[in-house]
Design a protein around this ligand. Structure first.
Ligand code: SF4
Length: 274
């Protein structure tokens, strides 16, 4: 390699490292021109894409538009991965609220350490409690289909809950349990700093936004969690009980894709009752 090319490679390497650092600090976009730009309202400003993926296999919610080829995101900084592992250890040892008593496993959440989208649900159910993984039961299967329909894989997003332990008999977490567990979620959001959060269901909305508004009224409306846009939508468990509501949920996810500056595929149903 000539000295000129070696110097250029050095500059590119430094620039990549600097951009990675800025992203770690929460910078979403950089000005590339001295020309003034028209101001875009925060609520409608598209965010830069990080990664896309082809949808594997057929799903109940299938995109009809072609999916943009995947662009691998850069590796996460080791500090973030280590901090997420440390947080999971703290969750595993937590006995702050009564939910610790009957849990089999804690469920801190899983996914990309650099997600563009973070999904937040309510609390683990029986399958999640058994496996220590978020959204792996029937609701999880539907959430996976929704994620794939958006052009992501589960590994490219982060999936978590308001509470990290299963409430007995799958009841809703009590306010004091949500309050006790919320600091873990807040730390996760601070570490991951996703571009967007999708709040799945009323409990996620209550925990993240402290809103008493019903999910039926709030869904589809952009909200804010400490500067991060939040899209409330229905919980997959509700969608399993009320399949017609999938159209509204898909409209919400299309709004998410639009905000991310990604192509929003059209809704199709490939299975009866899906
Ligand atoms: S639900 Fe959260 S606060 Fe309660 S014991 Fe589990 S990890 Fe701790």
């Amino acid at each position: 390699m000539s000295a000129k090319r070696a110097a250029l490679a050095g500059v590119v390497k430094d620039l990549r490292a600097h951009i990675g650092h800025l992203r770690d600090e929460g910078v979403q976009a950089l000005e590339t021109s001295a020309r003034p730009r028209a101001k875009v309202p925060a609520a409608s400003k598209p965010l830069p894409p990080r990664a896309t993926a082809a949808a594997p296999g057929q799903s109940a919610i299938t995109p009809t538009a072609p999916i943009v080829p995947i662009t691998p995101s850069s590796s996460p900084p080791p500090a973030t991965t280590a901090a997420m592992q440390q947080l999971a250890k703290e969750v595993a040892a937590c006995r702050i609220c009564v939910l610790h008593a009957k849990r089999t496993h804690t469920v801190p959440g899983q996914g990309s350490p650099r997600p563009q989208v973070m999904f937040v649900g309510e609390a683990p159910g029986a399958d999640e409690d058994a496996q220590g993984l978020a959204f792996v039961g029937r609701s999880g299967q539907l959430l996976t289909q929704m994620i794939i329909a958006m052009g992501f894989t589960r590994e490219q997003v982060f999936i978590a809950n308001i509470c990290k332990c299963r409430p007995p008999d799958n009841r809703q977490p009590l306010p004091e349990e949500m309050t006790a567990c919320l600091p873990f979620l807040r730390r996760q959001i601070a570490l991951l700093h996703p571009a967007l959060i999708v709040a799945l269901g009323a409990t996620a909305v209550k925990g993240l936004l402290n809103s008493t508004q019903g999910i039926t009224k709030l869904r589809g409306t952009w909200c804010d969690f400490e500067g991060i846009p939040v899209m409330p939508t229905y919980h997959p468990a509700y969608l399993l009980r009320n399949p017609p509501a999938k159209h509204e949920a898909w409209a919400d996810l299309q709004a998410v894709l639009k905000r991310l500056g990604r192509a929003a595929p059209a809704w199709t149903q490939t299975r009866k009752g899906a």
